[in-house]
Design a protein around this ligand. Sequence first.
Ligand code: C2G
Length: 131
Amino acid sequence: MKRVITYGTFDLLHYGHIQLLKRARERGDYLIVALSTDAFNRDGKHKDCYFSYEERKRLLEAIRYVDLVIPEESWEQKIQDIREYHVDTFVIGDDWAGRFDFLTPYCEVVYLPRTPEISTTKVKQDLSGGA
Ligand code: C2G
């Protein structure tokens, strides 16, 4: 079984996220999503989330491409995750291109093109009248 992992906040879930998850799952047989916790978003990523970790986890678990959701609590957990979950491939959007090359001794590292025209930031701006 080829196991794939990806990481993210996945707040205000949109089709760009779904496209990433679909392509990630297509690279193996089992997809693990390490979902940023509320504390990590606040303290590590300085991101405000609309939906809580539990709400975002429930949304991700409802997606056919996702097999397991685990918490992402720090920037430093990836190597341990890869070992613990016997991961073959790490996948993330190319906005992170090169940033996780240090994982190549542990697994395949794949950067996928982002879906260009959609982002959580854009959704929030559009909903607030473009302010
Ligand atoms: N994504 C995408 N297309 C978009 C928006 C997002 O392909 N239009 C991808 C991102 O590249 C990422 C995933 O969807 O691979 C989740 O996006 P975010 O929730 O914004 O993830 P991020 O905050 O970048 O967290 O340790 C790594 C971090 O947790 C990544």
